[in-house]
Design a protein around this ligand. Structure first.
Ligand SMILES: [Zn+2]
Length: 158
């Protein structure tokens, strides 16, 4: 008996029932395949894995790690340099204790005072937290040294 593959629509001698495959549940929710040929089954397993990896990456990028790290904030136009500390850091940004000189939209270089990491970021928001001023920085491009800094602090989390 020949059956058709739901994915490539080719006749297949042998098909795999994917409707109850736990690896593929999320991926197939929208696709609706039930039986696929072995070649398509392999492809789907790879796609499902990539989707999961992507999700894990996204989660990691947005995961904020509380960390008080002494940093130097330098505006890229050479305007001002200040030293402060971070409140939390993530792979795509940081929240820092700010001073009045930081304006939203300013591009700054943020560097750990111990020289372990640096990144270029844009000041997204500045707000008052009681008496203190806070600023949210978003990295303009990902930085390997910054990622390592986040990872090293993430490892310290309970
Ligand atoms: Zn197929």
């Amino acid at each position: 008996m020949h059956t058709y593959c739901d994915r490539c629509n080719e006749v297949a001698d042998h098909t795999v029932d994917v409707s109850s495959d736990p690896e593929l549940t999320d991926l197939l929710k929208d696709l609706g395949y039930r039986t696929v040929c072995p070649g398509c089954y392999e492809d789907l397993l790879i796609e499902a894995k990539e989707a999961r990896d992507q999700l894990a990456d996204d989660r990691r990028a947005h995961h904020r790690v509380p960390a008080q790290i002494p940093v130097r904030i330098e505006t890229t136009d050479g305007g001002s340099t200040t030293e402060t500390v971070t409140e939390d850091i993530s792979e795509n940004g940081a929240q820092i204790r700010a001073n009045a000189e930081l304006e939203p939209g300013t591009v700054v270089r943020i560097a750990a005072l111990d020289g372990s990491a640096d990144a270029v970021a844009i000041v997204e928001v500045v707000w008052h937290d009681g008496e203190a001023l806070r600023a949210g920085l978003k990295l303009v491009e990902s930085s390997d040294t910054w990622n390592r800094l986040v990872e090293s602090h993430e490892a310290l989390e309970p």
